[in-house]
Write a protein that binds this ligand. Structure first.
Ligand code: ADP
Ligand code: GLC
Length: 489
């Protein structure tokens, strides 16, 4: 038995900060390998070499070699180029093929994305064999890498990488990679018998990549204990609840952390006025004034500023926000939104800004720097999600002394302890059922504490900054999982 600290782990997924990030998956693909590396593991992250990766990273990549790989049912072969770079002790290998990865940011649409991620999943395993770097465990992420466990136990079983075990992590069950059986059969080139049994099949015509990956993975994890329970129910199961109940013995939740070096208010170069727990109350005012100035909000350190940093989709509870928006805003309350996504939400927030000049700013963009300034300059951060596998924005908010207002679902429930006035304890304001009136109550309770009992509010701010939101504990849980798997025959 080898020492657990020496484990070799390959991460396979479709995005990773700082190369390409559209949401929390990108954060986790960066921070977890880094945390595991610090604990002595040897981690390699395999990603597509997207055209949209910034030049400043591409410049530092080395070309390691290339080969041709058969992919489709008709034996069509494709080029696989391998690029490599290191960052913070982690090795990154990029799979290069211009036919698949020259378009998108990085995603395009399912019709193109399905061939793209069939190719990527198979190529990632072929790259490990080519490099003769055989991991103990292959840790795959979301539907884009869901074919990896299936290829591993079929086409790659007799090859060196076939000895590795697999973990498939569900970051978001909403996206599953569903298409016609013929489309997946053709592009994956997987054996016909897999399509006769209910491995991928959802009905007579459709196949589901995530479903097949979940069946074939040695272990399934998701990003909070509550979401692990929720996805086994009809409401949250996105049609896969019975499949997940069937596979529940190998399913568990491990809550995400955040990278506490990137998210460190004391050293954050993007903040006008960095601060620590000793200076947060004074310095937050300076960050608030700077934020108000840059967003065109009335400059007043005594306003209660609510932030929202999010993909704009129905997942994020924006229908609740829409239902009560005009009742949140008043002469003492401002709102700063940063997000992009569904045009109907973008339009709604643009409208709110137009009718609440000086009180509302809707910044419809993806902007890392502004995200940092919002986490630092706001008093509260709203995360009223319909469902939330983990959620990172509430963790970042707490680390920056910004009080989260969240719905009790998924990782939000597991990471934000509700404020308890009697015990003077808790990290934020929460509500349970998906109802706009309950969200409004939670916001009003937050405002009441902020305006009527600032001493108590400030204590919560400091309590939030003290809370451990790092990867420390969860990385250990993954290590124990890898050890357990690697020791199995
Ligand atoms: P999800 O993965 O569902 O989008 P998470 O809360 O897990 O939600 O992660 C969201 C991540 O993306 C956080 O790091 C957040 O700061 C970032 N983010 C979301 N929208 C934007 C935006 N418009 N600009 C900058 N960062 C954003
Ligand atoms: C997904 C989820 C989010 C989670 C993130 C990282 O995008 O929507 O809740 O935090 O993945 O695991």
């Amino acid at each position: 038995m080898s020492d657990s600290k020496q484990r070799k782990i390959a991460f396979i997924g479709s995005e990773s900060y700082p190369f390409v990030k559209t949401g929390g998956l990108g954060d986790v693909m960066y921070a977890l390998p880094r945390a595991l590396t610090r604990k002595g593991a040897s981690v390699r992250v395999i990603l597509p070499y997207y055209n949209c990766i910034p030049e400043k990273y591409k410049r530092h990549m080395r070309f390691l070699g290339s080969f041709m790989m058969d992919l489709c049912q008709d034996g069509h072969t494709y080029f696989v180029g391998i690029m490599e770079t290191e960052l913070d002790g982690v090795t990154y290998n990029f799979v290069e093929n211009r036919e698949f990865f020259d378009w998108g940011n990085p995603y395009t649409g399912l019709w193109e994305d399905i061939p793209k991620y069939c190719y990527f999943s198979k190529a990632a395993l072929a790259v490990l064999n080519y490099l003769e770097w055989i991991p103990d465990v292959i840790h795959c992420h979301d539907w884009q890498a869901a074919l990896v466990p299936v290829y591993l136990r079929t086409r790659f079983e007799p090859t060196p990488v076939g000895q590795a075990k697999s973990v498939l992590t569900i970051h978001n069950l909403r996206f599953q990679g569903v298409c016609s059986i013929d489309h997946l059969k053709y592009w994956s080139g997987l054996p016909d018998y897999l399509f006769d049994y209910p491995v991928f099949k959802v009905n007579d015509n459709e196949a589901n990549m995530f479903k097949g990956g979940l069946a074939y993975a040695d272990r399934i994890t998701t990003v909070s204990a509550t979401y692990a329970e929720e996805i086994q129910t009809g409401f949250y199961g996105e049609g896969l609840d019975s499949h997940l109940r069937y596979h529940s013995p190998k399913l568990r939740g491990i809550v995400n952390g955040i990278d506490v070096d990137i998210w460190n208010s004391a050293t954050d170069a993007l903040l006008p006025s960095p601060y620590d727990i000793g200076s947060v109350i004074e310095r937050k005012k300076e960050n608030k004034l700077a934020l108000q100035a840059s967003l065109g909000l009335d400059e007043d350190e005594n306003r209660f500023v609510i932030g929202l940093v999010s993909r704009l989709t129905d997942q994020k509870g924006l229908d609740l926000v829409n239902a009560i928006f005009q009742r949140i805003i008043d002469e003492k309350t401002q709102f700063a939104l940063l997000g992009t996504g569904d045009p109907r939400y973008e339009g709604a927030f643009r409208y709110y800004e137009s009718v609440n000049k000086g009180r509302v700013c809707s910044y419809i963009q993806y902007n890392e720097g502004l995200a940092h300034q919002i986490y630092a300059g706001c008093d509260a951060l709203l995360v009223p999600s319909l469902f939330e596998p983990c959620g990172l924005t509430q963790l970042i908010a707490m680390r920056y002394g910004t009080v989260p207002i969240v719905r009790e679902t998924g990782g939000l429930k597991d990471t934000v302890k509700p404020y308890d006035a009697e015990a003077n304890d808790g990290n934020g304001f929460t509500f349970d059922n998906y109802e706009a009136s309950l969200l409004l109550n939670a916001i009003n309770s937050a405002k009441a504490l902020y305006f009527d009992n600032r001493g108590r509010w400030d204590e919560m701010v400091r309590r939030d900054m003290e809370k451990d939101v790092s990867w420390e504990k969860s990385a250990e849980e993954y290590q124990a999982l890898y050890d357990d798997l690697a020791e199995q025959e």
